[in-house]
Design a protein around this ligand. Structure first.
Ligand SMILES: [Zn+2]
Ligand SMILES: [Zn+2]
Length: 141
């Protein structure tokens, strides 16, 4: 067993009734170790370095399964691709530099007011929202 250090990832799979495969455990561990949302290609490259053979389509399907199970969240930074991060992270948004791609977490949300207004206006119960912010970082301005 190579992934002794990552037993919690195996447990996450078990809890979600997902088969525990080496690739799935490795994908989870890669996503949870990077502190920024990560894309399919980067994950596939990491797996290769770990000696795990999985093509990009397989990794994509794995990520899709994790999103459907609620383990991962998909984020989109207007790059024409998805990135992934753990759903278990505290609620936050991202600010993305449109020049160099630098990403920072935004902890304060401020969207509760908007949600309340929207609930009143539409009679929907709002359960979630997504918002990413784009601009230029200090270095690129
Ligand atoms: Zn920048
Ligand atoms: Zn928010």
């Amino acid at each position: 067993m190579i992934y002794n250090c990552c037993m919690n990832h195996a447990d996450i799979l078990k809890k979600n009734n997902l088969k525990q495969t080496e690739a799935r455990i490795a994908v989870l561990s890669i996503v949870s170790r990077t502190n920024k949302p990560i894309d399919v290609k980067t994950i596939t490259d990491f797996l290769k370095k770990l000696g795990i053979v999985a093509d990009q389509a397989t990794v994509y399907r794995t990520l899709q399964t994790f999103v459907e199970s609620g383990i991962l969240k998909r984020v989109e930074f207007n790059e024409g691709k998805f990135r992934y991060e753990l759903s278990s992270l505290p609620h936050h948004h991202h600010v993305v530099c449109i020049n160099c791609g630098k990403v920072e977490d935004v902890e304060e949300c401020g969207m509760e007011k908007v949600e309340k207004k929207l609930q009143k206006k539409t009679s929907f119960t709002i359960s979630d929202h997504h918002a990413e912010f784009f601009g230029m970082c200090k270095n690129c301005q």
